[in-house]
Design a protein around this ligand. Sequence first.
Ligand code: FAD
Length: 561
Amino acid sequence: MGVFQNPVFEYVRSPDQDAPAPVRHAVAVVGAGPVGLAAAIDLAQHGLPTVLLDDDSTVSVGSRSVCYAKRTLEILDRLGCGERVARRGVGWNAGRVYFQDIQVYSFTLMPEPGNRRPAFVNLQQYYLEEILLEQARATGKVDLRWKSRVVDLRQDGPGVALRIETPDGAYGIVCDWVVVCDGARSPLRQMMGLECRGEVIRDRFLIADVLMDADYPVERWFWFDPPFHPNHSALLHRQADNVWRIDLQLGWDTDPDEERRPERVVPRLRQMLGDREFELLWVGVYSFACRRMERFRHGRVLFAGDAAHQMSPFGARGTNSGIQDADNLGWKLAMVASGMAPVELLDSYSDERVAAADENLLHAARSTEFITPKSRMSRTFRDAVLLLARSYPFARRMVNSGRLSVPAVLRDSALNTADADLFAGPMTPGAPAADAPVVVNGELRWLLECLGNRFNGMYFANGMSVLPGEVAAGIASLTLDRIPVETRVVVEPGNPIELPPGVMKLEDYEDLVAQRYDAGPGTFYLLRPDQHVCARWRAFDAQRARQAVLRATCNEPGRSD
Ligand SMILES: Cc1cc2nc3c(=O)[nH]c(=O)nc-3n(C[C@H](O)[C@H](O)[C@H](O)COP(=O)(O)OP(=O)(O)OC[C@H]3O[C@@H](n4cnc5c(N)ncnc54)[C@H](O)[C@@H]3O)c2cc1C
């Protein structure tokens, strides 16, 4: 255990290479990193087959992303592999922040019980990709082609032509849509002459994976200016198989080749780990940029993940935000490709995820400023905040050791129907749906797993012995123009209420669903296929609900594509 050997996947010649003319496909996804894999699985689960092209023949090499946030785990649950990721990785909810040799404070990220997933699961990126690959294969709809480098992309009106280089020559395909997930350097972005604007951060980090037996609690530990690495920051995370990830800030004026040498690295780690036995498994020197493309949709080409935006590693926003891109894009592209929605729906992908990227970039920039102050004044301020934070909770809010990834709330989305009724709490239109335990047919399950990947109406019938006639009739009429809307009825435990066929009864096991959604009898929530709230009312009205479905799919009368 511990020493991961990268698998080598076989290149297989595709029948497309022997076709007399470029074969047409609905969707090509370029890049089989975590984001491309998640996008291909999602599209497959919406019934859309994809060709997934990757220029390499293995999963991620070395130590890259580590921490997957609760929201990402919930998306992975929806894709069918969250449990495998959670079981393979190491879950954690707490962390500690140190300044020099004192603990400034400790924190808990998820105080609330009744959630399926912890705040984070740590897992090496190569394991995450292996699990996603397994899931992609299981769909039977992902045609994964290794050693297939896209070297040219041309868009004409109805399609996108791709030129693909393989070990036995180049060939072309034509696609209705291309999802570009080819990483931070994004050759396809460059082929299209598009830019990613922002800032290259003038700092370097040593990242090392070490194998060691350590009984430290499973927490995030962050040090400012520690005695073992003065004037810089350090971060420690546990991963699977007793592999620990250490990030040491080096500063810009360092020679990356020199810093990578084990003769340099091992003494640095010794300073940190003391006499503890460890084996150095991997080392790299990392610098980063904080930037994004102006728009993520360019005609029939959609950008996601690092290809669309890059951010500092503080806060674990890279893979987390990329998987949230895929989550946002999957259902929209599936609806547009099958004619259920106009192409305008894909502009909402760009709008919503550009806003999310901006939020991530803002947090990443603030973390970077706090962790690596660029002037003496900022450094004095930073150190004063850290000293105060030891005794005063108000100062803790100002400490920024990498505010950890939180899901985007799509508050300003044009797909939302604004609240007309008063609600308390965070389940506002645009918010990702909160999870809670529910009982279905006597079995304890989770709300989000019962929602799946369709539009969902969630009607609260707590205390009702029969479903009101207009509600029973209304929910049956929600499926419009082939856009499926499923309905769940939430009741208190043991309520024997009879429901129309196809409607799932969810018993609110600990009253947490009603609490988290601030729902009373008659409340109705409409949720999108990516499990974001898009509308809610204190009373059900079929006409308003249908209108909200049309709005959330850009199908409102008078809207053109
Ligand atoms: C050294 C390092 C450390 C990192 N540490 C962290 C961290 O601590 N926390 C964090 O959140 N994130 C971290 N990241 C970032 C994280 O790894 C990325 O955010 C994540 O991998 C993005 O996934 P992606 O699928 O968008 O791109 P990638 O994982 O980069 O995948 C892109 C894929 O596209 C393929 N490809 C490229 N060009 C072509 C082409 N022309 N044709 C076909 N295929 C192509 C590549 O082979 C690759 O498989 C780190 C990254 C690096 C490099």
